[in-house]
Design a protein around this ligand. Sequence first.
Ligand code: ADP
Length: 484
Amino acid sequence: MAELKVLFATSEVAPLIKTGGLADVSGALPAALRAIGVDVRVLVPGYNPVMSQLAQHGVAATFDGLLGFPSARLLSGKMANDVPVFVLDCPSLYQRGGGPYQNTSGHDWADNAQRFGLLSKVAAVLGSSASPLNWHPDLIHCNDWQTGLTPAYLHFAQGAVPSVMTIHNLAFQGIFPPATLAKLHLPPSCFSINGVEFFGSLSFLKAGMFYADHITTVSPNYAKEIQQEALGFGMQGLLTTRRASLTGILNGIDTDEWDPASDKYLAKTYNNTHMTGKAANKEALQSKLGLNLEPDVPLLGVVSRFTEQKGLDLLLEIAPLLTKLPVQLAMLGSGDAQMQKTARDLSHLYPGKIGVVIGFSEELSHQIEAGADMFVMPSRFEPCGLNQLYSQRYGTPPIVHATGGLVDSVVDCTAATLKDGTASGFMFSGMNAENLFDAIQRAVDLYHDQRKWKALCKNCMSKDFSWESSAEAYRVVYLKVLGR
Ligand code: ADP
């Protein structure tokens, strides 16, 4: 059988550029697919950090004023993990301060439709007979709204290959005024319910979900939830109609990057037969965040975007009560200004008990996963979630709300699941502060029974979250789409 060739189009890829889980997936899944013989190449915009990290590269193609977009070049290079990458170099659209989607004040870039319209368009060109490359993919794998227009462009292109659209988070839909359509050179006829229109606006994600040959999302449970009104964000009708072409595949993790036995950021490495090193990481984390050096007080960790989605408002609400259990709290994150302020205020009100770092730090995120005793993730919705996977691998049982991929990846601790060795965390249903508090209380009670607690931590560390089986599931989807 001919080798399967896939272009993986994404707006972020670790370690070149990362704002969240999409980057982790884009960094690890292509490598896992290559390991099972799929020739995957990544396409990503040339933001400043990407350009500065791209070591050796060649110019694979130039696009001079493609459909009125600014001129751009396609650079080809390799990521540190040897995965080939195409970087879309268009300085006027991508090389600026701030983040991939927002400026330094946290506002969306005004030209995001152009920025990700070009990314989508180039991906589609590479999957059509107009491609200037010698390498011709069999299929384009699109990710989230930023590449959502690719399936639409492919639909109207000559000699187009099929596409798969992966939803990493349905809440971000790439919505723009209807007039944007003309600037993106899509035919007016596609501005309809059977096309790119979403309640009178243009939605990149809707376009992707409508025109792609297959849709995937990042956990089986989330695939079901998004067909319901509560978590369908208005797309539930389309997703229900397309349910025969919708597959949920649980994300894996990069088990080299996230390995407590070799993690370069840790004060001391450890593994599930020698867990003693975990205590040194707790002490190091307590020192770093100015927490009291109390080895026996359970330390709760948080690494998160500060948004409504992540449910941290509930945790902040009960934080004063939690300090009385007692527990300590180590939080890293950024986002919503009010949540940042509340978190900071709490750290001033409870010095030594609540430590807060506002910002983005890869290093500290690893140190929290390792140094905390428990990891809190009370998400209102969670397509897959990665931090609860990392925390289990680091022997730090997660405390989670029963939603999305959290349900697929955490087994609630009960007498029965402790006994049969499957327990790996604490789960609560009913999204309110009281239920979160009860789950934390359950965790703290078990923590004080160190024999049982150690058994729970070992269960967590023995779970397999590698990409192997999920990569195989994506390969099956690709083959199905190609009719092979
Ligand atoms: P989401 O993609 O919705 O933000 P995930 O749990 O799927 O949530 O993935 C988040 C990823 O981003 C994880 O790798 C997490 O460690 C990382 N992350 C989030 N916030 C921060 C931060 N402030 N500093 C470092 N890493 C962070």
